[in-house]
Design a protein around this ligand. Structure first.
Ligand code: ZN
Ligand code: FE
Length: 258
């Protein structure tokens, strides 16, 4: 049986994710923006928490960890290379490594860019990837620490995962990202369809996650910087360096007011 995922809205627009193996009765949470909504959801389902996975050190992904640790027996798992900035880790993991969680293999993927120590967690058996503030629905995280080259490389690693992989990112930015994506590529029929779908979801109060790697490849401008129409949209020539196209696209998004 594939792992079950429960989306837990936190703070203004963050998401934590409960991931559960019903056969083993084991549960983990990816990121902990705040403890209470996560504890409430665990309580409703009568699940106990075994692990807390951290994507990166920003407060809106770690602030709930201390309380969760106090109220459950969960072990905290995060990037060894960024341990100094993360809450105390019970199980430091290395980017590029693999760990066993919930009875499945979980690949830890280094995805620097938003922060230099950012990691994503990929469960190939259940076709899930938790990307935090790296790859997001129709977008990507801001470059606070890494270079454009690093972020583009990180996004390409994620884009290389199997098409059907479901993408769960750290925030509800779907509509704002859709407006920017449409300003870049207004004639992309997949993007038009996706934007309509996201609007409908938000009207119904539903999250725009998960997306899939396939959908993102067809619609997310930050994954499409090698295509002529994207290069043109940022005012560059068709043989422009993809890293420069990416950097310009990210800069345009930073100042975009849709
Ligand atoms: Zn962040
Ligand atoms: Fe964040």
């Amino acid at each position: 049986m594939p792992l079950e995922v429960v989306i837990v809205p936190c703070l203004e627009d963050n998401y934590a994710y409960l991931v559960h193996n019903p056969d083993l009765g084991e549960t983990l949470v990816v990121d902990a923006p705040e403890a209470d909504p996560i504890l409430a959801e665990l309580n409703i389902r009568r699940w106990s928490l075994d692990h807390i996975l951290v994507t990166h050190h920003h407060y809106d992904h770690v602030d709930g960890i201390e309380k969760l640790r106090r109220e459950t027996d969960a072990t905290v798992i995060g990037n060894a290379a960024d341990a100094e900035r993360l809450p105390p880790l019970d199980q430091p993991v290395e980017g590029g490594g693999e760990i066993a969680l919930l009875g499945e293999a979980c690949a830890v993927i280094d995805v620097p860019g938003h922060t230099v120590g950012h990691v994503a967690y990929h469960f190939p058996g259940s076709e899930l990837v938790f990307t935090g503030d790296s790859l997001m629905v129709l977008g990507c995280g801001r470059l606070f620490e890494g270079t454009p080259a690093q972020m583009l490389d990180s996004l390409m690693k994620l884009a290389a995962l199997p098409d059907r992989t479901k993408v769960y990112s750290g925030h509800e930015y779907g509509l704002a990202n859709a407006r920017f994506a449409l300003s870049v590529e207004p004639d992309n029929p997949f993007l038009q369809r996706k934007a309509k779908k996201l609007e409908k979801l938000r009207e119904e109060g539903l999250p725009t996650v998960p997306s899939t790697i396939e959908e993102e490849a067809l619609t997310n401008p930050f994954l499409r910087v090698r295509l002529p129409q994207i290069r043109k949209a940022v005012g560059m020539s068709e043989d422009a360096d993809p890293v420069e196209v990416f950097a310009e696209l990210r800069r345009m998004k930073d100042i975009f007011r849709g």
